[in-house]
Write a protein that binds this ligand. Structure first.
Ligand code: ADP
Length: 434
C-alpha cells in the first residue's frame, strides 16, 4: 500500500513538476527553449491548466485516501466487534476456557475460568500457561498429549481444585488450534464442572446396590422359613403359623417394593396415570390397615382407627391411592419403636376427604422434613438408616396425591412423633373428571 500511495502522489505532483519546468523555461533558465518545446506548454494558460490538472488529481487521490481510511476504520470496528463478540461467547458458556498461542502463552480466558482460578484478566493474558494454570495434574496431561501426537480432542481427565472449589469435580479436555497446513497455532483447554453428573452416577450405583439389598433381605427370610417348614422340623402349629405369616408379610414387602419401583419408573417416564372409579372408603381403610397389621403386631404397636359413622365415597384410583396410604402407614409402623401407637383417621372437610396418620415414633428433624418427599431421600439419622428403606415411598405417595388433585402435608416433632395429612377432593374431582 505504501509504494502505491507513493506512486499516487508522484503522479499527482507530475503536473506541478511540469509547471516548475515550464516556469524555468519561461524565465530562460538553462536550456529553456529546448525544454519548452519538448515538455509541454510554455504560456500562462498552460501553467494554469497544469495546475488545474494537478488539483483534480490531488482531489481524486484525496478521495481515494479518504475512502481507504473509512474502510480501514470500518475494518477496525469490525475486528473490535468480533473480538468483543468472541469474548462474549466465551463468557456465556458455562465452563472454563483458556486459549493459548503456539508458544503456550495465554491469549484468551473466559470469566468462568477466571473466577475458578480466582484471578483477574490482566494477571493472566500473555502469561505462560504453567504460570496461569498452576495444576500439576492438568499440566502433566497437557504435556503428555503434546508428547504423543497432537491429534484431535476427545481426551480428558478428571481433576479437583481442593482449595479453589472444594468438593467439586471437573473434567478438563484439550484440543489444538491449527492453520491451513495443519500446524498447531494454539491450544484450547476447557474445564467443565461435572460434580452433579458424578453424584448422579454414584446415586445410581447406590440405588442399584440398595434395591438389590432390599430385594435380597425378604427373599432370604422367605427362603429360610420355607426350608424350615419343608424340612418338617417345625411341628408346633403355632410356630408354623407364625412362619407362614412371616413368609406372607415378606412376600407383601417384596411386592410393595417392586410396585414402588415400577411406579417410580412410570413417574420418570411421565406415564403414571390414574385408572379412576368409585372408591368406598370403608373397604379401602380395611385394606390399608390389613397391610400393616402384621408388622405392627410384631412391634406391639397399637393401631387406632378414628372413623366417621358414614364413610364417604371417592372417585379415585383405588390401587394407587392404596399404595400411597400404605406407604405412609408402613412408615409410621417402621419408624415407631415398640409399644407405640399409630392412629389412622378419616374425616370430611368441606369438599375434601381427609386421611390422617399420626404416630408416636422417632419423628423427623427440621432439616429432614422439607426433603422427605424427594426421591431417594432418607434421613442420615442412625435410627432411620438402621431400618430398611429405599427413600422412594413418600416421593411416589406425593406424586399419586398430586395426580388426584389432592394435598399432602407432614408435621413432626423429633422424639415425639409424626403426623401426615392427605386430602383428596370428592365432588369437584368427581364432576371434573367424569
Ligand atoms: P424410606 O424407604 O426410607 O422409608 P420414604 O420415602 O418412605 O423412604 O421416606 C423418606 C424418609 O422420610 C425416611 O427415610 C425417613 O427419614 C422419613 N420418614 C418418613 N415417614 C416417617 C415417619 N413416620 N417417622 C419418621 N421419619 C419418617
Amino acid at each position: 500500500m505504501i509504494p502505491f500511495f507513493y506512486y499516487g502522489l508522484n503522479l499527482a505532483f507530475k503536473p506541478i513538476k511540469n509547471i516548475n519546468q515550464n516556469l524555468k523555461a519561461l524565465g530562460g533558465e538553462g536550456d529553456g527553449e529546448k525544454a519548452a518545446l519538448t515538455e509541454g506548454p510554455t504560456d500562462v494558460d498552460g501553467v494554469i491548466k497544469s495546475l488545474e490538472q494537478s488539483l483534480i488529481l490531488l482531489r481524486q487521490k484525496y478521495k481515494n485516501l479518504e475512502s481507504m481510511c473509512i474502510e480501514l476504520e470500518a475494518n477496525r470496528g469490525l475486528i473490535c466487534y468480533e473480538t468483543k463478540q468472541f469474548a462474549n461467547i466465551l463468557d456465556s458458556v458455562y465452563y472454563g476456557i483458556i486459549i493459548t498461542d503456539a508458544q503456550d502463552n495465554v491469549t484468551h480466558i473466559n470469566s468462568y475460568m477466571l473466577s475458578l482460578l480466582d484471578k483477574k484478566g490482566e494477571e493472566v493474558i500473555d502469561r505462560s500457561l504453567p504460570e496461569v494454570l498452576d495444576h500439576e495434574k492438568i499440566l502433566m496431561f497437557i504435556s503428555q498429549k503434546d508428547a504423543i501426537e497432537q491429534i484431535g480432542g476427545g481426551n480428558y481427565i478428571e481433576v479437583t481444585f481442593p482449595e479453589l472449589a472444594p468438593g467439586e469435580v471437573f473434567q478438563v479436555s484439550l484440543s489444538y488450534l491449527r492453520d491451513e497446513e495443519r500446524h498447531v497455532t494454539g491450544k484450547v483447554i476447557s474445564t467443565k464442572n461435572i460434580t452433579r453428573e458424578k453424584s448422579a452416577e454414584s446415586a445410581k450405583h447406590e440405588f442399584i446396590a440398595h434395591v438389590a439389598h432390599e430385594l435380597r433381605a425378604p427373599l432370604t427370610t422367605i427362603k429360610s422359613y420355607n426350608e424350615l417348614l419343608m424340612g418338617g422340623e417345625i411341628e408346633d402349629a403355632e410356630t408354623k403359623k407364625e412362619f407362614y405369616n412371616t413368609i406372607s408379610e415378606e412376600t407383601d414387602r417384596l411386592a410393595r417394593l417392586i410396585e414402588n419401583l415400577l411406579n417410580i419408573s412410570k413417574i420418570e417416564r411421565g406415564s403414571l396415570s390414574l385408572n379412576t372409579g368409585p372408591l368406598k372408603t370403608d373397604a379401602f381403610v380395611k385394606d390399608c390397615v390389613a397391610a400393616i397389621e402384621g408388622p405392627a403386631q410384631k412391634k406391639h404397636i397399637k393401631i387406632e382407627k378414628n372413623m366417621p359413622d358414614k364413610f364417604p365415597t371417592l372417585v379415585a384410583d383405588k390401587e394407587l391411592l392404596k399404595v400411597a396410604l400404605i406407604n405412609i402407614l408402613g412408615n409410621a409402623v417402621k419408624y415407631t419403636p415398640e409399644n407405640g401407637t399409630v392412629t389412622f383417621s378419616l374425616s370430611e372437610q368441606d369438599d375434601m376427604v381427609v386421611f390422617d396418620v399420626v404416630d408416636t415414633g422417632i419423628g423427623i428433624s427440621k432439616e429432614d422434613l422439607p426433603h422427605v418427599f424427594e426421591k431417594f431421600y432418607r434421613s442420615q439419622d442412625h435410627k432411620i438408616t438402621e431400618q430398611t428403606g429405599s427413600g422412594l415411598g413418600l416421593a411416589i405417595t406425593a406424586e399419586i396425591i398430586q395426580l388426584h388433585d389432592g394435598e399432602i402435608e407432614a408435621q413432626s416433632e423429633p422424639g415425639e412423633g409424626t403426623h401426615f395429612t392427605v386430602k383428596i377432593p370428592k365432588e369437584q374431582y368427581y364432576l371434573g373428571r367424569q
